[in-house]
Design a protein around this ligand. Structure first.
Ligand code: SF4
Length: 131
């Protein structure tokens, strides 16, 4: 029985049918370009996800770095610098939730470097200064 996927690599959103072969490979149909085959292989054999979350701010309160921005921000939005293996996402989230970020912090600052040797960092997605 085929597995059905929608390729999200581009806005065309091709509907893919994928059959597992006896040699472990995948036979993909419905793709309009080779990237659909690559997407199906990654999604079914080694899925990865970009992880977005928030991390606690040391001391609990901060202001946005933007003039006139919000104050009393207690959590900093963060994300992985690249897609991370899906099965490891809970462990990555645990590490993010254990963080206590010292301020000030700038968007793009690396908060966790090369998590578990994956080459994936956790970075700040917002600039925050002390309240
Ligand atoms: S298979 Fe190619 S054309 Fe279709 S959605 Fe994926 S990238 Fe786009």
């Amino acid at each position: 029985m085929s597995e059905e996927l929608i390729c999200i690599t581009c806005p065309l959103g091709c509907h893919l049918s994928v059959d597992r072969q006896s040699d472990g490979g995948l036979a993909v149909t419905g793709n309009r370009c080779p990237r659909g085959v690559k997407y199906a292989n990654e999604e079914l054999l080694a899925p990865r996800r970009v992880v977005s979350a928030t991390a606690a701010v040391e001391g609990g309160a901060a202001c946005s770095g933007n003039p006139g921005g919000l104050c009393a921000v207690s959590r900093l939005p963060v994300r992985s610098s690249a897609a991370y293996p899906k099965q490891g996402v809970p462990e990555l989230l645990e590490a993010i939730y254990a963080l206590r970020v010292s301020l000030p912090v700038s968007r793009g600052d690396v908060l966790i470097k090369d998590f578990k040797g994956s080459g994936v960092d956790v970075i700040a997605t917002r600039t925050l200064k002390k309240a």
